[in-house]
Write a protein that binds this ligand. Structure first.
Ligand code: ATP
Ligand code: MG
Length: 310
């Protein structure tokens, strides 16, 4: 197996078991150079296990992982130096100051001492922590720790960035500033982002992979994932009374109308185009109390895909 020139990471038939738990079950995934790929999936789906294997922290039972054409089994040290990894819960050295911590990791990654201080200042500026440079980690709040964790993961200017739930548990303003920061890296680095926040995945990612019970269910752009499930928009019509079967069948026969559900006198239909709204309204004639439409969200996609698998 060799890496296609456009892929930074290639994962083929990956398996990992913890005792009786099959955490990864034939997982296949390619991440392109310069891509920002999101991974979404329920708790225990295998997200962290996957990225720990890519980061050479954990050995797989079976399967191949190539990072920039290097095999994790053969070149773990080289691969580690290419990756900036933010774990779910970064373990920071509590008694270090922000500066000491970044200096320590910079030296560990052989960042030349001439450039290290400058790099530390740039990173602290980027994560908006310049004013806390000489404060100890144990005086930092959760969000500030997360920012320092991000700075630490980037100290060696890695080609590949792997963030495991970077905005988990942060206040909306801090989460938003971290998302904006990730956007500034977009296109410049290859980024893998695990998240439970669907809006985050939608906003940031070029493609999103849905992982379920250790395998990839689907991978596509957020836009395509949404249109595959629901069409372009979801139409909700509140009815005055029951709809006749004959009219319902007419609606079901419309090309581009799918996932038709009737519950509590509310008709929900996924439509491939806005033009179909008037067709449906004409069929229902005067049996309409209210009409509204919404664009499908990535959350709708996730819930429906996972539901289909159960
Ligand atoms: N070191 C370990 N020892 C035992 N079981 C483990 C270990 N690491 C992971 N697992 C199990 O493997 C499965 C996958 O875990 P993983 O951490 O990859 O999930 P995840 O998708 O990251 O979940 P979350 O969204 O909760 O972070 C889970 O059932 C988990 O309990
Ligand atoms: Mg996890």
């Amino acid at each position: 197996m060799t890496t296609s020139p456009e892929n930074m990471i290639e994962i083929k038939s990956l398996y990992k078991k913890f005792g009786k738990i099959q955490a990864l079950n034939n997982l296949n995934l390619n991440i392109k150079k310069g891509e920002l790929l999101g991974i979404i999936g329920h708790n225990g789906a295998g997200k962290t296990t996957t990225i720990r294997i890519i980061s050479c922290i954990l050995h797989p039972d079976k399967g191949t992982v190539l990072v920039n054409n290097l095999n994790i089994k053969e070149k773990p040290i080289e691969i580690k130096s290419m990756i900036g990894y933010l774990p779910e819960e970064p373990n920071l050295y509590e008694r270090f100051t922000a500066y000491d911590l970044l200096k320590y990791f910079g030296e560990l990654y052989n960042v030349p001492s001439k450039t290290l201080d400058k790099r530390i200042d740039e990173l602290l500026e980027l994560v908006n922590m310049s004013d806390r440079k000489h404060d100890k980690i144990n005086t930092f709040s959760k969000g500030l720790r997360q920012r320092i964790g991000i700075a630490r993961s980037l100290i060696h200017d890695p080609e590949i960035i792997i963030f495991d739930e970077p905005t988990m548990g942060l206040d909306p303003a801090t989460a938003s500033s971290i998302r904006n920061f990730i956007l500034t890296l977009k296109g410049k680095k290859t980024i893998l982002l695990c998240t439970h926040y669907m809006e985050e995945a939608d906003l940031l990612c070029d493609r999103v992979a849905i992982i379920n019970h250790g395998e990839i269910l689907d991978i596509d752009t957020p836009k395509n994932l949404k249109s595959k499930i629901h069409g372009d928009l979801i139409l909700n019509i509140e009815l005055k009374k029951d709809v006749e079967t004959e009219k319902l069948n007419k609606i079901k026969n419309i090309d581009g109308a799918e996932n038709i559900e009737l519950m509590d006198n509310t008709l929900t239909v996924s439509l491939s185009s806005e033009d179909l709204i008037s067709k449906i309204i004409t069929i229902l004639d005067n049996n309409i109390k209210s009409v509204n439409t919404k664009k499908p969200t990535l959350n709708d996609v996730f819930i429906q895909r996972i539901k289909n698998e159960q």
